[in-house]
Design a protein around this ligand. Structure first.
Ligand code: SAH
Length: 401
């Protein structure tokens, strides 16, 4: 039986059975959705990407899951019901994800519509950029043709986009042992548009840029930062100017720094679109902060939003040193009464690691820090209390005396 047959045969009985160890079973029972390969007792002949029945080591059914033959995350639970109709479930989950956004998303036509496990759709990310939808497929199961067809038809019917674009991460496909595939249009022909978040406009080119084009998870943090921003502002790791353009109406000067020239060119087009003046500097942030802090450049508002330094747990020590260095230099460059908006998007850096690092940077800089707000990711990137991996972004707004 191929992946395709198994996934869409509604009552495929018997399904392939994957047995998990007592530890794997207890993870699933306590609300987690993953079982690692090391906790698989046997996977029978389950084909890559197939829908399987998960059982404990004695054969007691625990639910229906998606199986990956290569990922360290061998099992992603779809449902505690071992006999669920998978295509009906996928349709229902899409409808639920859209209903959740209708309930919580405000002031934007760009937001994440489906956030993988957090919406019960493991391995699928869908972002809406006004009239363009962007799809990212991260697992063998979601990559199957019938699932792709189901997704495109449900998303088109419910959200009526002008086009749907797939963004491919070649590394993920390699890890999942999937054939190479190019990013491109999968429906319609529109690939660029303008999005508006919190009243600020951004050009969006669906086939360019990092992630799926924008860092939508920071959207609510942009407006939170704007509430406190004033004076001279510096947005470090500015990308397309998300923070910088939100700060600009409240500040006397704004400078954005990034090492990517294409990102700064896009940022400059965005500044023009919003009739804002921002100075963009192409530089390595570590070098620039070192120079600026040594040469007494002072600011009233500084944003630090670096890329994830800790991609794995092994990187944690080096990552913490990187965060500390950036925050220490930024603190030294703030005028008394200034605001530091400091972010980390590394899941492996816990909230308490992050606060400890900030406290230590504050001590070394001889500055007093008051935590005005400790924020997380925008609500369209939901957090599941039982799945800690769904919570990754930290954004501290700090008053610095
Ligand atoms: N603040 C942005 C997102 C930042 S993502 C927003 O809200 O949209 C991280 C950015 O850091 C990327 O644009 C990347 O190009 C940039 N970057 C990565 N390493 C860098 C470095 N060493 N110095 C400066 N910029 C860097």
């Amino acid at each position: 039986m191929t992946t395709k047959d198994n996934l869409m045969a509604e009552n495929a009985t018997p399904r392939f059975i994957v047995k998990v160890s007592p530890q794997g079973a207890s993870r699933l029972k306590t609300g987690h959705l993953w079982v690692y390969r090391s906790d698989i007792v046997s996977s029978g002949d389950a084909p890559p990407g197939s829908v399987v029945t998960v059982t404990d080591h004695r054969g007691k059914p625990l639910g229906t899951a998606l199986y990956s033959s290569t990922s360290q995350i061998a099992i992603r639970l779809l449902s505690h019901d071992p006999a669920i109709d998978v295509s009906a479930l996928l349709r229902q989950r899409i409808a639920d994800a859209i209903a959740y956004r209708e309930a919580v998303v405000r002031n934007t036509d760009a937001y994440r519509v489906i956030f993988s496990e957090a919406d019960g759709l493991p391995g699928l990310i869908v972002d809406r950029y006004s009239d363009i939808l962007t799809l990212q497929i991260l697992t063998q199961s979601i990559d199957s043709d019938p699932v792709r067809q189901l997704l495109v038809s449900e998303l088109s019917d419910r959200l009526k986009p002008n086009s749907i674009v797939e963004r491919v991460d070649p590394r993920v496909r390699e890890l999942e042992n999937l054939p190479p595939r190019d990013s491109g249009l999968i429906q319609g022909d529109k690939t660029s548009t303008v999005i508006t978040m919190n009243g600020i406009q951004f050009h969006h080119d669906a086939l360019q840029g990092q992630k799926t084009g924008a860092f939508l998870d920071q959207r609510e943090n942009y407006s939170a930062a704007a509430q406190f921003a004033r004076g001279d502002a510096l947005d470090v790791f500015c990308y397309h100017g998300g923070f910088a353009l939100h700060l600009a109406p409240h500040c006397s000067s704004v400078t954005g720094v990034d090492s990517s020239r294409p990102a700064l060119e896009a940022a400059d087009r965005n500044a023009e679109l919003n009739h804002q003046e921002v100075e963009w500097i192409e530089a390595n942030a570590f070098d620039l902060l070192k120079d600026y802090s040594a040469s007494d450049h002072l600011y009233d508002t500084i944003v630090l939003d670096p890329p994830a330094f800790a991609k794995t747990r092994r990187d944690l020590d080096a990552a913490m040193r990187g965060y500390k260095e950036l925050n220490l230099r930024a603190l030294k460059m703030l005028r008394p009464g200034g605001f530091l908006i400091s972010c980390s998007c590394s899941y492996h850096v816990s909230q308490s690691d992050f606060l400890e690092m900030l406290a230590s940077a504050g001590r070394d800089a001889h500055r007093q820090l008051r935590l005005v707000e400790l924020r997380s990711q925008a609500k369209d990137h939901p957090i599941l209390p039982g799945v800690p991996e769904t919570s990754y972004l930290k954004c501290a707004i700090i008053f610095v005396s």
